[in-house]
Design a protein around this ligand. Structure first.
Ligand SMILES: [Zn+2]
Length: 111
């Protein structure tokens, strides 16, 4: 294990990890706010930083079967959401490679 490298995002509207306050994602990278996570509302992002991914697993979501990786904060290891690795339904393919972050686990710092 190397030294933990924390990436800082540029911009006025940055979502941070609620638990350790490192940057997680930029408001500019939101694709949709209309998702549901484990803990309520969740946002779909095209990018996320300071995360580590869990193993790929099949998961049945409300929109069908997907292969996903859980997303953990790389600083404090709290689970923040998941990443879509593969969607089986043609209509869900746009989500592949995108990130779901739980609203409940994010902090809006100063905005
Ligand atoms: Zn954290």
């Amino acid at each position: 294990m190397g030294r933990l490298y924390i990436q800082n995002l540029i911009g006025e509207k940055i979502f941070k990890c609620k638990y350790c306050r490192v940057d997680s994602a930029s408001h500019d990278d939101i694709i949709s706010k209309d998702f549901r996570g484990r803990f309520g509302r969740a946002y779909l992002f095209k990018n996320a930083v300071n995360i580590s991914l869990g193993p790929s697993e099949n998961r049945n979501l409300t929109t069908g079967l997907h292969i996903v990786n859980d997303i953990y904060c790389s600083s404090c290891q709290q689970i923040l959401g998941w990443r879509y690795e593969k969607a089986y339904e043609e209509s869900e393919k746009y989500k592949e490679g995108l990130y779901i972050l739980e609203k409940e686990r994010m902090l809006k710092d100063g905005w």
